[in-house]
Write a protein that binds this ligand. Structure first.
Ligand code: FAE
Length: 529
């Protein structure tokens, strides 16, 4: 953390604790033996393991380093009072919950700035992603869930599940700082009344609920509740960043990566193109932007080993562009394919007047309704908070459904970007599955859905955005079984694009564990002298 803090204080966009030799080599020349694109889960694991192996590594991240307090003394703004820090170059926030009582009370006008949460729009689906050093870990709900082994094996038939569940999942959980809420405190605190109310409604329908671990420090949260620590999860902070309590990647993997002395992170640099030089090394073109979004420099980098950790959307876009512009024409035809939303659908239910959810709600979810074993309609629904500071009687959920629909990214020459072939009908599959489960809950409790949360048209199910973009460069299809991209050597994918569209639970533990597995293999097999 010392390196991150010092860099922030100095206003630097280049962060590192380099060894003297590395500093000398990299002062003028923009190259490194290894480059990692993106600093989310996949990128952070790659950076740490490369750094530990003594390989000088440069991480290129398009977002900011989030460590500099604004004029209010805080690094991040809260969901209740969003400002320019909230969203990536927007003039108005685009929160998932668009309305309350059909009124546009949630979103605010802001000035354009490289804020921490982005919503990437495609024709029938938009994707929320984190921007900054730490990627999605800066904005997510911290739910650290290991998938059901049987479903993992179904999704990754060629991966040794025994090795994953004995070695790489435990390694990922340990490095991420996963912990669990104290059940006694959970049962008594006002901050989780909303969860207990949803649990009761599920139980009335004969449905099972399960505690879910998290990377938020629950010891810290208890101190927040006791009034002895500054509030973050209990202070309406989450999707625009947490000022305290959360073990985001900048405090775990990336801090350790910088600590090796071999890793440097350049921020506000967006990789636009990758190609291969005549000598087989990788060439990257990156735009460095300023706080207004203007490109202030276009840089070229060169490396021997290239690791792509730009996330499902970021990495897939880079590879689809490279293949379809001819820069890397040997990439497999499956690059771009196999993308899904993890079956995401958000919805709210209206509780009876006596079933309060509480004005005080922790922003960190700790429980899910687990009906995944229901072969007719597998759904795992996270019990989500609605932390707006007054009683709403709303139970909110993010349902993860077993939607088998997949889409493909295609290159769009006009915009030099990608289009996503996801249709409204494909979202309707997730909605139908979520509805089947929540109709059961409503019927058992004589309750109804909320019609006021997702726009003025009375939409019940938020079917036009997702939090869990997965796929686009699927393991074993676009890559070999370890994330080595087919068609080229020394090119790797380590992020959520490897997961084939669905994993049945919140995905970052899986992404981290797969990246650990890739790095363990690659560092032994591919970098030996
Ligand atoms: P990701 O974390 O998205 O990192 C990619 C990084 O690469 C970002 O920092 C980008 O800015 C950067 N980047 C992309 N393209 C470029 C480029 N061309 N040049 C330079 N940099 C680039 O990827 N998951 C859970 O497991 N539990 C949760 O509770 C949970 N809650 C969520 C809540 C929200 C609001 C959101 C948005 C997501 C949530 N997720 C949750 C999903 C989780 O954050 C996501 O699966 C991971 O962050 C994906 O990790 P990747 O390494 O694939």
């Amino acid at each position: 953390m010392a390196a991150l803090q010092a860099a922030a204080a100095a206003g630097l966009t280049r962060i590192g604790l380099q060894s003297a030799q590395a500093a000398e080599e990299s002062a003028a020349v923009d190259n490194a033996p290894a480059i990692v694109v993106g600093s989310g889960y996949g990128g952070a694991v790659a950076a740490l393991r490369l750094g530990q192996a003594g390989i000088r590594t440069l991480v290129l991240e398009m977002g900011r380093l989030w460590n500099t307090p604004g004029t209010d003394g805080k690094v991040f703004c809260s969901t209740a009072a969003p400002d320019q820090r909230s969203m990536w170059f927007r003039t108005r926030t685009e929160a998932p919950l668009a309305t309350f009582l059909w009124l546009d009370l949630v979103n605010r006008d802001i000035s354009a700035y490289p804020g921490v949460l982005d919503r990437v729009h495609f024709d029938h689906m938009s994707v929320y992603v984190g921007r900054g050093v730490g990627g999605g870990s800066l904005v997510n709900g911290g739910m650290a869930v290991t998938p059901l082994r049987s479903y993992f094996s179904e999704q990754f038939p060629t991966v040794d599940a025994g090795e994953m569940y004995h070695t790489y999942f435990p390694r990922a959980r340990s490095e991420l700082g996963v912990n669990s809420v104290d059940p006694t405190w959970f049962e008594s605190t006002e901050w989780y009344r909303f969860t207990r109310t949803s649990r009761k409604a599920a139980a009335n329908a004969g449905l099972k609920t399960t505690f879910v671990p998290n990377v938020y420090d629950f010891g810290y949260m208890e101190r927040e509740a006791a009034g002895t620590a500054t509030r973050s999860a209990l202070g309406q902070e989450v999707i625009y960043g947490n000022n305290h309590g959360k073990r985001s990647l900048d405090t775990t993997y990336l801090a350790s990566a910088l600590g090796t002395g071999n890793v440097t992170i350049n921020t506000l640099e967006r990789v636009k193109a990758i190609s291969r030089a005549g000598d087989g090394s990788w060439v990257l073109t990156a735009d460095r932007i300023d706080n207004s979004g203007a490109v202030v420099e276009t840089k070229q980098y060169n490396c021997t080993y290239l690791f792509l950790g730009g996330g499902s959307v970021g990495t897939t876009e880079l590879l689809v562009r490279a293949r379809d512009t001819g820069a890397l024409s040997a990439l497999d035809s499956s690059v771009g394919a196999g993308w899904g939303t993890n079956g995401n659908t958000m919805l709210g239910r209206a509780n009876h007047i006596w079933d309060t959810t509480g004005a005080n709600q922790s922003t960190m979810p700790v429980m899910g309704i687990d009906d995944w074993a229901n072969a007719d309609n597998p759904v795992f629904a996270e019990i989500a908070p609605l932390p707006i500071g007054f009683e709403t009687w709303v139970s909110l959920y993010l349902a993860i459904t077993r939607n088998r629909e997949r889409a493909t990214f295609t290159y769009d020459a006009a915009s030099d970007g990608v289009k996503l072939g996801w249709s409204a009908a494909q979202s309707a599959v997730s909605v139908a599955m979520a509805k089947k489960l929540f109709d059961r809950i409503n019927s058992a409790n004589a309750t109804i859905y909320r019609y006021d949360l997702f726009g003025s048209a009375g939409k019940v199910f938020a079917d036009d955005f997702c939090y869990h973009p997965l796929g686009g460069c699927v393991l074993g299809k676009a890559t070999d079984d370890y994330g080595r991209v087919k068609g080229y050597s020394k090119l790797y994918v380590t992020d959520g694009s490897l997961v084939p569209g669905s994993i049945g639970v919140n995905p970052f533990v899986t992404i981290t564990a797969l990246a650990e597995r890739t790095m363990a293999r690659v560092l032994v097999d591919d970098t030996a002298p």
